[in-house]
Design a protein around this ligand. Structure first.
Ligand code: A3P
Length: 276
């Protein structure tokens, strides 16, 4: 982490016991989880879905990313405070680790994560404006598999949070993008319980959970005007956050050899006991 705001976050951020931090690697479903987390925590405030802030505000503006916007405060006096971060567990400020604040981590299969990253980079940053071809993907793949990445190796990032979730399940809730896709209702119930606002029996019997799932679904968020034409930053179009939102899209882009390299990279996860 090299930016000034990241250093400021590391040095100065004081976590409160009630805080909830959403941690993830880029392109693992951060935007989706931010929308779900915000909607679950604030569901009593915004029970009329048609008036929900997600219709006019991108999820990244509803939940600040700590290392980017540590000085911005979008919470007012609302509790719990919700934050996002891409930082590895080992580099989090001590107050996050030692306080009772809770962390939700979302992981994603590296095959899809890698393809999603490549598309993102072709729009911004590394290959802005260049057509995503096999040669460019090969170059990215080499770095991805070697862990040459501002946030460190994929495996280290995932294992850092996963190990903590195994040792202290009250502190870290470990979720998988693929699991959320498959069983959104179960996952949302776990998330709500974890952040201390479980769904009541009446809510479970009614359609509150389904409404949140629908509101935050890929199709719904992608179609919102704020995400079609809005910008989080002058240089960042919100639509870049919504590409396909599918599991297994990697099969459309990776050669068998490329997939093999990523699968080999996953050996370290297996050795540590983690399996997708
Ligand atoms: P794809 O590029 O595979 O489509 P992040 O939010 O961490 O940047 O992750 C972006 C990925 O999540 C993109 O994946 C994006 O399309 C997908 N995504 C965004 N919103 C989603 C949603 N509501 N449901 C499922 N996937 C979503």
């Amino acid at each position: 982490m090299i930016s000034e705001t990241a250093i400021s976050f590391q040095n100065n951020f004081q976590a409160q016991d009630t805080d909830v931090i959403l941690a993830s690697l880029p392109k693992t479903g951060t935007t989706w989880l931010k929308s779900l987390l915000f909607s679950v925590v604030n569901r009593k405030k915004y029970c009329d879905v048609s008036q929900h802030p997600l219709h006019s505000i991108n999820p990244h503006e509803l939940i600040d990313h700590l290392e980017l916007e540590v000085n911005k405060n979008c919470h007012g006096n609302d509790l719990p405070r919700l934050f996002g971060t891409h930082m590895p567990y080992s580099t989090l400020p001590e107050s996050i680790k030692t306080s009772k604040c809770r962390i939700i981590y979302v992981s994603r299969n590296p095959l899809d994560n890698f393809v999603s990253l490549c598309h993102f980079w072709s729009k911004f940053e590394l290959n802005k404006g260049m057509k995503l071809d096999e040669k460019i993907m090969e170059e990215h793949l080499d770095k991805y598999c070697k862990g040459i990445f501002p946030l460190g190796p994929y495996e280290d990032h995932l294992l850092g949070y996963w190990k903590e979730s195994m040792q202290n399940s009250n502190k870290v809730l470990f979720l998988e993008y693929e699991g959320l896709k498959k069983e959104p209702k179960d996952h949302l119930k776990r998330l709500a319980e974890f952040v201390g606002c479980p769904f009541s029996r009446e809510e479970e019997k009614g359609n509150v959970i389904d409404e949140i799932i629908e509101l935050c679904s890929f199709k719904s968020l992608k179609e919102m005007e704020v995400n079609k034409s809005g910008k989080c930053f002058p240089w960042f179009e919100n639509k870049a956050l919504f590409r396909k939102g599918e599991v297994g899209d990697w099969t459309n882009y990776l050669t068998p050899l490329m997939a093999k390299r990523i699968n080999e990279m996953q050996e370290r996860l297996k050795e540590a006991g983690f399996c997708f």
